[in-house]
Design a protein around this ligand. Sequence first.
Ligand code: FAD
Length: 376
Amino acid sequence: MIGSAVAYAVARRGHAVTLVERFAVGNDRGSSHGPSRIIRLTYQSTDYIALARASLGAWHEVAEAAGERLIVPCGGVDFGPPDATYMNEMRSAMRLSGVPYEEVDRDQIVARYPQLTPPDDATGFFQPDYAMLTADRCVASLAAGARAAGAVVREGERVLGVRPSGGGVLVDTDHGTIAGSSVVLAAGSWVGPLLRDLGLALPLAVLREQLAFFEPADRASFAPGRFPLVLQRFAGSTTLGSIFPLLGSPDGVKMMIDRIGPQIDPDDPPCGVDDVIQQRLLESTFGSVRGLTGRVNAIVQCRYTMAPDEDFILDRHPEHQQIVVASACSGHGFKFAPVLGDVLADLATGRQPTWDIARFRLDRPALKGRWEAHRG
Ligand SMILES: Cc1cc2nc3c(=O)[nH]c(=O)nc-3n(C[C@H](O)[C@H](O)[C@H](O)COP(=O)(O)OP(=O)(O)OC[C@H]3O[C@@H](n4cnc5c(N)ncnc54)[C@H](O)[C@@H]3O)c2cc1C
């Protein structure tokens, strides 16, 4: 995803760019596949809110250029216990950023959305700008837009290593060597080993994530507009439970509880259903919604690449400025892709990024630690 966003930005500026993908663009082995992703303005800091706002605008531009429906507005509700992680920080960041939201208690949530059955102590807010991004189409649109602007897209080719060479780079793949003036390493959950060979041992944790699609009894009541995006928050953890209105395929009400899966090796092959994650989902977020038949239409796995502070890594290599590092996940990078593509294009073409990216630096203290399940 991020690689396609960079190629899109670089090619549209008239620069020559080659996107190298070990599988196919849009594959289901990494972190960007599936029918939907959330784009939201409900963040615990004003800089993320500013990035999310710009990203919403940028996705509209990508959608218009592609002639595709990439954004499905539906509104959203965040709820949790009164001491849920980030809820108060989000309220103050939204107030500072002028993001409209409406405080709601449990009864008000149920009155507005009778499909929801939040826990008794739930409190939260409704925010109207929540929308779903049609994930698979978003990735395809960025890659197609990059191609249309002159990018070369090489699929089924694996990068084995990157070498600084003079002022440029040599990228060794299983098909040969590509020379260039710079490179952006945006290999998702596989970025760690490539960086280690460049002397950067980053404490990135790769987590197995799993989501399920449940059959609703009455489809109309789970359509966008009738049913919101839901983020359930918890105390003492950044884990999120999420529930999505009906959209695309697999069919069904999409639900997940994240950051609870096992740490895995990037090269671990896909595995069968993780019953522990599914059981946790049924014991938690599944209980906050009614009107589902209990039938599971599909279960899909995916990966998070977690930085210790759950912020992205967007920076140049400390010794080789022509090598740019991009790890934009920690479970929330998709929505920002078109803007991060621009930032990374700036870094790769020797320009000063228009965005303040200090919080995403490689030398920040948090990257000396490691990701912990229970934090916040
Ligand atoms: C289940 C789930 C739900 C999520 N929900 C949201 C959400 O609602 N909102 C949101 O904003 N974010 C969300 N995220 C996070 C978001 O999807 C990710 O942050 C984002 O997709 C990461 O993109 P990426 O390009 O870094 O990784 P990927 O899309 O995995 O891309 C990395 C690519 O690099 C390729 N590659 C790897 N190694 C090599 C190599 N050696 N040579 C060549 N190619 C290579 C891989 O094949 C892959 O295609 C979610 C993530 C998951 C898993």
